[in-house]
Design a protein around this ligand. Structure first.
Ligand code: DUC
Ligand code: ZN
Ligand code: ZN
Ligand code: ZN
Length: 480
């Protein structure tokens, strides 16, 4: 039994005396877990000539519908733009719109002494950023060369922030794209061909080597292939500072065979970078890597474009706006592919969908844990809930869902965000602007050491067997 008020847990235990006016939720036969944390979203992002369909309201609404109560989005400055200015723009877009708490990673999309100064400001208490993303791909937009990447990773380590990389070899992709287009391969199938597994694996290895030279920890975002996981696994066995690997719901829930679909819109809707892999054994291998701690967490990289925007790349796959959905279905997809298949137990599910992100991004134990004084971000998960995923019923603004038609068993029945019941027995009742900006302090004890408690295994989700019956007040819907 749990009692909470003023957006934090107050009591946890059996047979508690329930204060008057408290609403009770019967979680018999369900699992009570900390709200999901999606460490990777792009809401209201303009890229490749289009703007994402999901803004901070619709995107976080979809997140809550799926059991996620915190998202971390990416500020992506233009080359030459001040990082502070870009950060302020993102805060303006998001504050007042978000239905759940959110934090920000900031992209280091170019390098100069002024960028280094901006990073220093961003990690201060005033801005609350503790992670920076660098790109090894997107050659004509955000890519850094290896020298600048080394400098940026070094700067992160000096500031006790966490460097993140998008690991793909941008030069190889550019040359392969020229060759494919010249050979007449212009459709979405060219996307994966221009950047196969090896191109990802090479960059993962190179990023790890650079981090090692800089004596820095490293977080690799959206790892999409067995080659990438293998490269990370090898680096983890030889390097001292920690290396973390994130994968995506998209990789676990679908695959790259869709790029060969005869319908352009269908195939293009699956384009993201790094791409889904045509090797049919990839999704299962990625779930196993998550279960076995070869990968540490799962995000969505939610970056949704309407089908008509994907048409920008008709005749040239390199111009298809990159990105797919996932923030709503991330948890259900992993439950289906990981827990229902017996590959992963519910404790590991909580770790990879919530607790580990809270620890890495230094908001643990306020987030990622069900405990007294932790935030009242809570999911009552029904392992028997059944649903067929569809764009017709999802809560995204976008008109396509890459998991269309998939039947999933297990999903959230109640989602409580900062003490407010935002999914109430299946009814979505979010409030625009209810979420807060989350300042993430640097020097995470999980990443940089010094915190014994954070190394402990993730807490077990509470399996509720006994219905709480003690009550001495009249329940009211608002009382939570
Ligand atoms: N990959 C995507 O598919 N979309 C957004 C940016 C990225 O790295
Ligand atoms: Zn990326
Ligand atoms: Zn298909
Ligand atoms: Zn991304």
């Amino acid at each position: 039994m749990l009692i909470y008020s003023e957006s934090a847990y107050r009591q946890l235990g059996r047979n508690l005396i329930i204060p008057g006016g408290t609403r009770t939720i019967d979680a018999t036969g369900k699992l009570v877990m900390p709200g999901g944390i999606d460490p990777h979203t792009h809401f209201e992002l303009e890229m490749m000539g289009a703007k994402t369909a999901d803004d901070f309201y619709k995107g976080t609404r979809a997140a809550v519908a799926g059991g996620t109560t915190t998202v971390i989005d990416f500020v992506l400055p233009e080359k030459g733009q001040s990082l502070i200015e870009a950060y302020n723009n993102w805060r303006e877009k998001a504050d007042g719109k978000v239905c759940c708490d959110y934090g920000l990673h900031v992209g280091v999309t170019w390098w100069s002494p002024s960028v280094r100064k901006d990073m220093e400001k961003l990690v201060s208490e005033e801005y609350g950023v503790n992670s920076f993303k660098m790109f090894m791909a997107y050659k004509d937009a955000w890519m850094l060369n290896d020298y600048d990447l080394y400098c940026a990773i070094e700067a992160c380590a000096e500031l006790r922030a966490l460097p993140q990389v998008h690991a793909e070899n941008g030069h190889i992709i550019a040359r392969n794209t020229e060759k494919l287009l010249a050979a007449g391969v212009t459709g979405p199938e060219g996307h994966e061909k221009s950047r196969d597994e090896e191109v990802e694996g090479e960059a993962v290895n190179r990023a790890c080597v650079i981090a090692n030279q800089a004596d820095s920890p490293l977080y690799i975002v959206h790892m999409m292939s067995k080659s990438a996981v293998r490269a990370l696994q090898q680096a983890r066995s030889r390097q001292r500072p920690p290396l973390y690997g994130e994968t995506l719901a998209a990789t676990v829930g679908t695959d790259g065979t869709h790029y060969r679909n005869a319908c352009f819109r269908h195939a293009a809707a699956h384009v993201l970078s790094p791409p889904l892999r045509p090797d049919p054994s990839t999704p299962q291998a990625i779930v196993e890597a998550l279960a076995d701690d070869h990968l540490q967490l799962i995000g969505s990289d939610n970056c949704t474009f309407h089908e008509k925007d994907k048409e920008l790349g008709k005749g040239n796959f390199a111009k298809i706006p990159n990105g797919v959905n996932g923030v709503e279905d991330r948890m259900a997809i992993l439950w289906q592919k990981g827990v229902n298949t017996g590959v992963m137990d519910p404790c590991r599910f909580v770790a990879v969908t919530s607790s580990t992100a809270a620890k890495i991004f230094n908001v643990w134990p306020a987030k990622g844990r069900v405990d007294v004084n932790s935030d009242a971000d809570l999911v009552v998960w029904d392992p028997r809930q059944e649903r067929t995923i569809s764009a017709a019923t999802h809560h995204h603004a976008v008109d396509f869902n890459i998991f269309e038609g998939q039947h999933v068993v297990g999903g959230p029945q109640y989602v409580i965000v900062g003490g407010r019941v935002c999914l109430d027995d299946g009814q979505l009742r979010v409030a625009e602007g209810h979420g807060k900006f989350l300042k993430t302090p640097t020097n995470s004890p999980y990443v940089y050491g010094g915190g014994e408690e954070v190394d402990a295994p993730a807490p077990k989700p509470l399996h509720v067997e006994i219905q709480p019956r003690v009550t001495n007040g009249t329940p009211t819907p608002e009382a939570l």
